[in-house]
Write a protein of this length. Sequence first.
Length: 293
Amino acid sequence: MILQEADVLSEDPLEVSENQEVVNYLRASQSGEQWLAEGRPLNLTFVRGLHSMLLKGTRGEDKRPGELRPRQVVIGAPGDTPMTAKFVPPLPEHVQASIDNVLKYMESSDPHPPLIAAGIAHYQFETIHPFEDGNGRIGRLLIPLQLMATGAVDNPLVYVSQYFEAHREAYSQRLKAVSTDGAWLEWLLFFLEAVTSQATDAHSRVERVLALQETYRAQARLATSRATISTVDLVMQRLTVTVPEVAAYANCNYRTARSALDSLSDMSIVEMLPKGHPQRWYARQLIAEIYEV
């Protein structure tokens, strides 16, 4: 999935679509992180921009990406009406005001602790259902960005999408129960379990990345070029790199940068991608063991 960013595409249309969603998610997350790092507000412009990025080239791109829904929608089976659907979001004329209120709460989280506030805001966002499609994707992306906006974390490292997908039925039931029975405690406990599970997984992955980086650095010390260790560090950050990127990062010329990549290739730390311009190298073992497990 990560290699799709380097144009290494599957021929399976379904897999391509799923991979593009992952690529979009990564790009939107990075864009959101940059936006907040610059001190910008968590506002409707921010959310609409992220939504457009998430839907580009994927399911839902024909349903007004980045635009609040102009019509009434229902949550349920195909053909359901407001009378038969399991849930009916607010009328379209109420959507913008509702979202503005949620976003103000997400920025401050008062009077609740950050994780509780994130759980409350996620329920409210999904209940409003502000877009025609992609509400789940944007709603899940906003969780770590909300934690970053309130200062609870420095970087959006914990993503709960995987947990929600693995427990999709329970996730839907807990959200619905808040609306039908006021079951806030059950939803928040489920939400906190999701965060705990994904935080533990993220911690484990970070430890494995650091261990693998030390192994690679030890191997790189055997190379003749001093730029080789710097190249390892860049590969660990970006996963795929070009010669000019290595040259800029290691503060060396093109020839030295290419020599560093050749050395790492001889050590099986990186491999040259079969296509793409400019030519890129990638860390197959890192991607396989850390990012695609």
